[in-house]
Design a protein around this ligand. Structure first.
Ligand code: ADP
Ligand code: MG
Length: 484
């Protein structure tokens, strides 16, 4: 698959690297005991440490360290048993300390990889440069007062993992696949809820362009993008902007830019000359972070089955195609649901029902799998009714529609609506005879052999007469016998 895009003077390649901020799932903040729950009243989850009162000292939260290690392990990355917290200094109203505690030269997690999955079943490896722990800042609220900005410090001090990729992606599609896959992994291990709308996962998107085979070009960075679609739009826009500049003889300034999602454009925020000098130095209030390898090994042993392993298992053991398996492992809740439906049943059939019928019904209702009105057990029962010939696949679709509406068990619906398949040969025979008697023209067509497809028409008529309840296999058989 070629990722090149055409310019006026030839082809270009986009180069993308992502820095993702993922909020650590933890009851308390990185260096204080204040709560982290989303949506609380402003400034109700702020300890004296988070408000940077003089003399307050940070104390590391072991849970956050543990989640960072688990995430590193899930990314197949090296875990550094010795790492250092630094102060990253800058001035901003929502940063009461005047610095953010982060990790600079010695992060807790080093190099790893993420495997991207594409629709055509192909995959690609993207390198992870590092993962470090840092504090979030507070939030400026510009919409509370006509002339003043308020500050909410609830987020101040919340633990973030910054996950930095290598510049290995070459298209907006790949960047989207990267963000989706990273979010899936974080959700599987429960180290971040991956909720981009609530800001618990956001991406800084670095983009440059080059002629295929050339050195990397100068990059621009779009900060704080909170949806995968916006990240992709920003990349497409930004690559085109850079190509146009270079083709017109200009050069790219390394800048930080903002993506304006309403206009679909990127705009300068600050140029390299205005870039912050963060004056990093080791935080004198914190000792270096040290732990034993045995703890890392223990955490590795307790990790759940990861999405790639699960996908391979669904392909190898159940024979599912790569694309189906990829969808079914994309959310931990989906994979659990699917495995319950598939247990002891035809896996391909289970996959089809979940991916096609269930997902479209849920989409139409704007619901996720956890809000499904049809449980995995109920969908399984429906498949059993098809397998044991109680109902046909056609009728099953109607039953399923009622299940989605009412949440009732399939047996109950089949019983109440009298939908049981007619397998009694005598009853089907009577209908077949009637249809043959009523349609001499078609019988003649069939006999004359001029229209072999007419048999399908007969099957349709009998099915209609039986309101879809006749066993189609038997209808076919009887028709062929009787029409000769
Ligand atoms: P900084 O620390 O200044 O932000 P890094 O070298 O750590 O810079 O890179 C930050 C991000 O930018 C990484 O995700 C990296 O992959 C990406 N990146 C680096 N060089 C390029 C480039 N030429 N084009 C696109 N992305 C790049
Ligand atoms: Mg950066």
């Amino acid at each position: 698959m070629s990722n090149l895009i055409a310019g006026a003077t030839g082809d270009w390649e986009i180069v993308i690297g992502l820095e993702v901020h993922a909020q650590v799932t933890s009851e308390a903040k990185l260096f204080s005991g204040a709560a982290t729950e989303f949506g609380a009243e402003p400034n109700t989850q702020v300890s004296l440490v988070d408000a940077a009162m003089p003399g307050m000292l940070p104390v590391i939260n072991k849970e956050c360290v543990k989640q960072a290690i688990r995430t590193g392990l899930a990314l197949g990355a090296e875990i550094n048993c010795y790492s250092v917290f630094d102060r990253k200094n800058y001035f901003y109203a929502d940063l009461p300390q005047g610095y953010q505690i982060s990790q600079f030269k010695q992060p807790i997690v080093g190099e790893g990889t993420i495997t991207l999955d594409f629709k055509d079943g192909s995959t690609k490896e993207v390198g992870i440069e590092r993962l470090h722990l840092e504090q979030d800042a507070g939030k400026s609220m510009h919409d509370q007062h006509p002339s003043m900005t308020y500050v909410d410090l609830n987020r101040s001090g919340v633990a973030l993992m910054e996950i930095v990729s290598k510049p290995d992606m070459r298209s907006a599609e790949e960047a989207g696949a990267y963000l989706r896959k990273l979010r899936t992994i974080l959700r599987y291990i429960g180290s971040c809820d991956g909720n981009m709308e609530q800001g618990s996962m956001r991406a800084d998107v670095n983009v440059s362009v080059r002629r295929p085979g050339d050195e990397f070009g100068t990059r621009c960075e779009m900060k704080n993008i909170n949806s995968i679609r916006f990240a992709q739009q920003a990349i497409e826009y930004e690559a085109r902007r850079q190509i146009d500049i270079i083709e017109e003889g200009g050069t790219i300034d390394q800048e930080t830019r903002l993506f304006d999602s309403a206009q679909g454009v990127t705009r300068t925020m600050r140029s390299k000359e205005e870039a912050h000098d963060y004056r990093y130095f080791p935080d004198p209030d914190l000792l270096p972070l040290e732990f034993e390898q045995t703890w890392v090994d223990e955490l590795a042993g307790e990790l759940p089955e990861l999405p790639d392993a699960k996908k391979n298992r669904l392909m190898d053991e159940l024979g599912l195609p790569s694309y189906d398996a990829g969808i079914l492992v994309s959310e931990p809740e989906i994979s659990v649901f699917f495995e319950e439906v598939a247990a002891g049943r035809d896996a391909k059939m289970a996959a089809n029902w979940v991916i096609t019928n269930l997902f479209s019904a849920l989409n139409a209702q704007g619901k996720g799998i956890t809000e499904s009105p049809v449980s995995a057990a109920q969908l399984g029962q429906l498949l059993d009714l098809i397998s044991d010939d109680t109902i046909s696949g056609r009728i099953a679709k109607d039953v399923f529609e009622v299940m989605i509406e009412t949440g009732d068990d399939p047996e109950k619906i089949v019983e109440e609506k009298g939908l049981k398949q007619i397998t009694d040969t005598g009853a089907i025979e009577a209908m077949v005879d009637q249809i043959i008697a009523d349609n001499p023209d078609q019988v003649a067509q069939y006999a004359g052999g001029e229209n072999p497809k007419v048999i399908g028409w007969f099957v349709g008529q009998v099915m209609k007469a039986s309101q879809g309840k006749a066993n189609p296999g038997r209808v076919n058989q009887l028709l062929k016998q009787k029409l000769g």
